[in-house]
Each structure stands twice: as structure tokens, then as C-alpha cells.
Ligand binder design. Sequence first.
Ligand code: HEM
Length: 243
Amino acid sequence: MDQDTTTDNVMSQADRNSESSRLVSPNATTRPSYLNILSNLLSLIFVGIITYCSFLNGITLFSFHPPLMAIGWLIIMTSAINAITPGDLATEWMPIRLRSARHWVLQLFGAILIAAGFLVIMSNKIINNKPHFGTLHAKFGLSSLIFMVGTMLGGIGALYSLKLKHYLPPIYTKLIHASVGLVTFSLGIATISCGLFSDWFAAKGEILQYTALVMVILVLLFTILRPSLKVYFRLRERLDNVN
Ligand code: HEM
């Protein structure tokens, strides 16, 4: 049996159809979510606190690591996820193609900031002759970065999912990208949370530590709630179609 025939058997016509392969509805039928705005507000306050603490005792190379990471992960990446989340107040009016473009452009911009934040901390450690990836924060951080690269490669697959339809139905390419993306985002939040318990931030006091922790956990919940439900319902719909 040649490969095309085998793949044809596995894929249903509906799975190959570009319309049924959409993860995000082209129509603005979902009620707007004010949670996204609340989440953006919390992220802004968090970035303000982190930036203030980073530069409080003067400017060093390290000072740039927390703000760059917080802006990249909490502001840019959340906005990128929100852009393709049903009910996002800021982008719901946009045509789906524009939202999709906004998603990947923001994601690319966020990745550049995050890569810069990574270079900063790596250089800082090399200059000060300190060991690498020794703390839980550093280990989670490295994993988040590896997952981020994987998610971005998957994003290219999702962007060209119709061209890949002979290998994998577009809906699955997109579902895999969305699921890995949600794991990546959660890993980043775990990394930031561990960073809040580093010796550097612990010195700022417990109240600030726990307030900041609650903020990032809320940003996580508000950001991944709708996309996770979207992935879950689309997957269940697909599996129901198969059975
Ligand atoms: C998702 C965002 C972040 C990522 C991916 C990340 C990643 C990393 C990595 C990989 C290292 C270790 C580098 C090495 O060992 O050579 C590191 C160090 C560090 N980061 Fe972050 N970071 C993030 C956000 C933050 C934030 C928001 C803070 C402050 C609250 C912070 C504070 C620190 C501190 C104090 C160190 C040095 C001590 C240590 O290695 O744990 N980071 N970060």
C-alpha cells in the first residue's frame, strides 16, 4: 500500500478541509472577556514592581534580566496568546488573519526580548564566574526557553498547516502547537515564580514576594483558561467525529 493511500485512510475529508481546521472562530460570537484586561493590568503592575526593584540599587548587567523576562513573558506573550483567544476585547473585532498575524509578530518580538534577557543573565554569570543552571529557577528557565523554541517551530507548522496536510491534518498541527504553547507559557510562569524566591528577590520582603506570586498566578489562570477550554472542546469534537 503506498503512503498516500494509508494517509487517506487515516484522515477524514473534514480534517483536511481548511474551514473545519480552524482553532479560532472567524466570527465574533463569544462574549468579551474582561479577564484579559485584568490580566494585562496585573502584568503591568508586576513589571513595574520588578523593574523598580531591579534598578533600585543602581544599574548593573543583572538589572536588565528580570524586566526583560517579565515584559517578554507577561506582557508580550500574554498579548500574543490573547490575540487568538475567543472573546479578547482588544482584538475580537479584527479579521482572523490579522489576529493570527498579530499573534506571531508579538510572539517573535517577545522571543527577542526573552533571548536578550537570557544573554544578559548568561553573560552576568560568566563575567562573575558563577555556576550555571544550579537553582530551580535556572533549571525551569532553561526548560522554558527550550519549550519556547519548540513552540515557535510548531507555530511555523501551524502557519503552513495546509501545506502539511498530507502528513498531518491541519487541525492536529494547530492543536499540538496550542497545547505545547500552553505548557510553555505555564513553564515560564513557574520560572518567574521560582525567581520570586531567589535570594535577590527574597531580600525585598515576604509581602512583596507573595503579592507578586499571586499576581503571576492570576495572570497564568486568566491567560490559559479560555485557550485550554478551546483546545479541550476542539479535541473532543475531533475524537467524537472519529468514533
Ligand atoms: C520566564 C522568565 C524567565 C526566564 C526564562 C529566566 C531564566 C533564567 C535562567 C536560565 C537563569 C540562569 C542562567 C545561568 O545559570 O547561567 C536565570 C537566573 C536568574 N534569574 Fe531568571 N528568568 C526569568 C525571569 C526572572 C525574573 C522575573 C526574575 C526576578 C524575579 C529572575 C531572577 C533571576 C535571578 C536572581 C537569577 C540568578 C540566580 C539563579 O541562577 O537562579 N528571573 N534566569
